[in-house]
Design a protein around this ligand. Structure first.
Ligand code: MTE
Ligand code: QUE
Ligand code: MOS
Length: 758
């Protein structure tokens, strides 16, 4: 029997970390965190907490046997704050108690005294004060003087907000002392190896003394890539100090406050066009709000630069980016990883040019779509013509011109209800831009009854990677997918695992599995001539669980083949390694070919806005998307729909608000709203491009995880078009999210509104 996730979910049978039975005498942990955004600790007093009934111990940084450090790219982040804290929610102490409730209750009994220090929440202010992380990065190509030859030059400012991951399952970890000096962690992480590493550093153990296991996640979306390590390391610390198993679960509100989000950005752009609407110059300065520690901000910033020009070819480019340190929870990976922020800027620049030129934005988009052979600013050649194919096909298939005409008619007949339409192309590079991360391993076992177990480094978080891996193995071995289980992700079975991230989960782990299965299959085929006494290995094939000899069934099925291979002492296990070929990037010149390929597509978005109330509905999102030869179209369609709605949430209604002193205001699900079924588009229509390149990804299937999120950005521009159908003279802001309130204020409290309608 296989273990298909969706089937288990709907029957309530899937097991998450929080569902596991705990060992006897387990303890429960709660985290005491910084009450203010920046301060120097003068005293912590937890005596009252330790006196409470059921409280076993309170631990602080002084109890850490190894190194108090969890920064996995730059070592700048303590597990527990020692002298200074730099954001509200930063862990300071750990309470261990006989129940979750008691541990939570004991937090109120901890007293902290501190001196207040200055708080910065704005990235531009941090930049001005020299508070930056790493160096400013610049990607450039062509000639900066080209801006002087532009017929038109426009500039503007673009802001985009944070986004809360809102995985259904909050952060959770269980640490179990195994044997003297060894510890096992089961937790909800996209990166079991990062957990293993953090625990080893914090406890002063070697990595072979830390077993890290992940069953599956109730959603990750990037929020459990680096930031699951903290809770695992804290649970491990508790287990190490008490020699009892420790479970740490973050309550939802705590999770919202203490974990980082998508990076907000503030950017200044300049865009230059010639008379034929060709973009000949593009310049941006991106200020990234990194929060208090480095985390993955450098890689996110880099991905922003890689996506500065989205789906367009621009010959002269200078884009600069800087990561700014502020007193907010460290921001982190979130689906798209800096790409959406970059795309919002270039699309805003195009829209601004269109507004000033009184030309439709889609004409500018269309005139500049990147073609095969043209280069991105970082030197890589576009390999395919899929960006253009998707753009043109979308306009044709969904009757774009007719849609525009109908909206025009509708808008002429309605005073307050206005339709807006936009086109949103997306071109997203697939691979970790940190080249060494593009590696994976797979361990395949065939048991003597013919059933199959597969271990890889992939973490199942709802994206369907396990089902795709099963299908790849089934296709390769010639057996039914029902025979195949995918096992938990565990560092003792697969070592040195890259995070399941950057949409590469299936490409990397699927290709490693393909290689492992091919190896076993070759052994079986080589065994057949001796076993049957006829022909050579190339005469044999395994198709639908039957052995074929010269394409004819010979009455030997999979089970018989496997048991006989075993009896003849043929190995039925294989471990294989895959590394993405042909990718590289040089940090000195900022040039290279960091991506295996690009995933492209185009969406048409239509909205209807009520310009009296400021409310709006999303009528439709219609997409042509190049996902190659999909391994599982149902899963990919789910990724498309989910990604689109998540992107719409970011650009419209998901507003993360902090007070000036760094306190999260939207710290409940009543103040932080994500799209529900009523807000979601009335219609989402996705077609996969038919003319694709079969050499990409795994078995011709391209990654699907992150790219669809960015189609959601188009809703912003559809809303601006609706607003300008109501007030043609409107000078529009480029500031997401465009909440209903903001939409209303834009129409009625805007200096560009001279007439007084309504
Ligand atoms: N889909 C679901 N249901 N849940 C998730 O947490 N994460 C997204 C995307 N789709 C996510 C998801 C992110 S951020 C990434 S990088 C990819 O899935 C990771 O999985 P893949 O590489 O296997 O596509
Ligand atoms: C996209 C990503 C990631 C990335 C680069 C991308 C990512 C990630 C890292 C990363 C970088 C350096 C490290 C590390 C991780 O880079 O998710 O541990 O040392 O974790 O283009 O999604
Ligand atoms: Mo996805 S943001 O790369 O986890």
């Amino acid at each position: 029997m296989n273990n298909k996730d969706t089937g288990l979910h709907v029957q309530g049978q899937s097991v998450f970390t929080g569902d596991l039975n705990l060992p006897e005498h387990s303890l429960f942990a709660a985290v005491f965190t910084a009450p203010y955004a920046h301060g120097k600790i003068t005293q912590i007093d937890y005596r009252d907490a330790e006196k409470m009934d059921g409280v076993v111990r309170v631990l602080t940084a002084r109890d850490i046997p190894g190194i108090n450090q969890i920064g996995n790219v730059v070592a700048d982040e303590p597990l527990l704050a020692e002298e200074e804290f730099t954001y509200i929610g930063q862990p300071i102490a750990l309470v261990l108690a006989e129940s979750h409730k008691i541990a939570q209750k004991a937090l109120a009994q901890i007293q902290i005294s501190y001196e207040k220090l200055p708080v910065i929440t704005d990235p531009r202010e941090a930049y001005q004060k020299g508070n930056i992380i790493g160096e400013e990065r610049v990607f450039s190509c062509g000639d900066i003087l080209a801006q002087n030859e532009c017929a038109f030059l426009f500039e503007g400012r673009v802001d985009s907000g944070a986004q809360e991951h809102l995985y259904l399952e909050t952060q959770v970890a269980i640490a179990i002392p195994v044997e003297k000096g060894k510890i096992k962690i089961v937790c909800s992480s996209q990166s079991p190896t990062a957990v293993q590493h953090a625990v080893a550093v914090v406890l002063g153990l070697s990595e072979n003394c830390v077993e890290s296991e992940v069953l599956r996640l109730g959603g990750g979306f990037g929020g459990k890539e680096s930031q699951a390590s903290t809770w695992a390391a804290l649970a491990a610390l508790g287990a190490f100090r008490t020699n009892r198993a420790v479970k740490l679960t973050l309550p939802r509100k705590t999770d919202l406050i203490v974990t980082g989000k998508r990076h907000p950005y503030s950017s200044d752009f300049r865009i230059g066009l010639d008379k034929n609407l060709k973009i000949i110059y593009f310049e941006v300065m991106y200020y990234q709000n990194a929060g208090a520690y480095t985390d993955l901000s450098g890689s996110v910033l880099e991905r922003t630069l890689f996506h500065a020009t989205n789906s367009y070819f621009i010959p002269n480019v200078k884009v600069k980016a800087v990561s700014c340190r502020t007193n907010l929870a460290p921001n982190t990976a979130f689906r798209g990883f800096g790409g959406p922020q970059a795309m919002f800027v270039i699309e805003s620049a195009i829209y601004e040019a269109a507004r000033q030129l009184q030309a439709p934005a889609y004409r500018i988009q269309q005139a500049n779509i990147i073609a095969a052979g043209q280069r991105f600013p970082y030197g890589m050649k576009m390999q395919e013509n899929n960006a253009k194919a998707c753009f043109d096909e979308t306009l044709r298939k969904y009757d774009f011109e007719k849609k525009l005409q109908e909206a025009k008619g509708f808008n002429a007949q309605n005073k307050f209800l206005k339709k807006g339409i936009s086109v949103m192309p997306v071109c997203f590079g697939i691979s970790f831009t940190t080249t060494f991360l593009n590696q994976a391993s797979s361990l395949v076992h065939i048991y003597t009854d013919g059933s199959i177990g597969i271990s890889t480094g992939a973490v199942e978080m709802g994206q369907g990677v396990n089902e795709k891996i099963r299908k790849i193995a089934a296709l390769t071995l010639g057996v039914s997918v029902d025979r195949i289980r995918t096992e938990t992700t565990n560092t003792t079975r697969i070592a040195n695992i890259s995070p399941t991230a950057a949409s590469t989960g299936t490409d990397l782990n699927g290709n490693a599995t393909l290689l492992a299965c091919q190896e076993i299959k070759n052994r079986l085929l080589c065994f057949l001539p001796t076993f049957t006494g006829q022909g050579s290995e190339s005469d044999y094939a395994i198709v639908e669980e039957q052995v074929l000899y010269q394409k004819q069934a010979i009455g030997l099925d999979w089970n018989q083949l496997v048991i006989n291979a075993y009896l003849s002492r043929i190995s039925l296990s294989s471990h294989a390694f895959y590394a993405t070929p042909g990718i590289s990037f040089d940090l000195k010149s900022e040039k290279g070919s960091p991506f295996a390929y690009h995933v492209c597509g185009t969406a048409i978005i239509q909205v209807t806005a009520d310009c009296q109330k400021g409310t709006y509905v999303i009528d439709s999102v219609e997409v042509i998307h190049d996902t190659g030869a999909s391994i599982d179209p149902t899963i990919d369609m789910g990724q498309m729909e989910g990604g689109i709605v998540q992107g719409i949430g970011w650009i419209t209604m998901e507003e993360v608000l902090h007070s000036k002193d760094g306190r999260l205001i939207t710290n409940t699900l009543s103040t932080y709203k994500i799209p529900d079924i009523l807000f979601s588009p009335k219609k989402i229509s996705v077609h996969f491009l038919e003319a694709f390149d079969p050499s990409k990804g795994v078995l011709g299937a391209k990654a699907t995880g992150e790219p669809p999120l960015m189609y959601g950005i188009g809703v912003y521009f559809a809303l601006l078009n609706a607003a300008r159908a109501f007030r043609p003279e409107l000078i529009v802001p480029y500031s997401a999210p465009m909440t209903h309130e903001k939409f209303l204020m834009m129409l009625y409290d805007n200096p560009s509104c001279v007439s007084n309608v309504g």
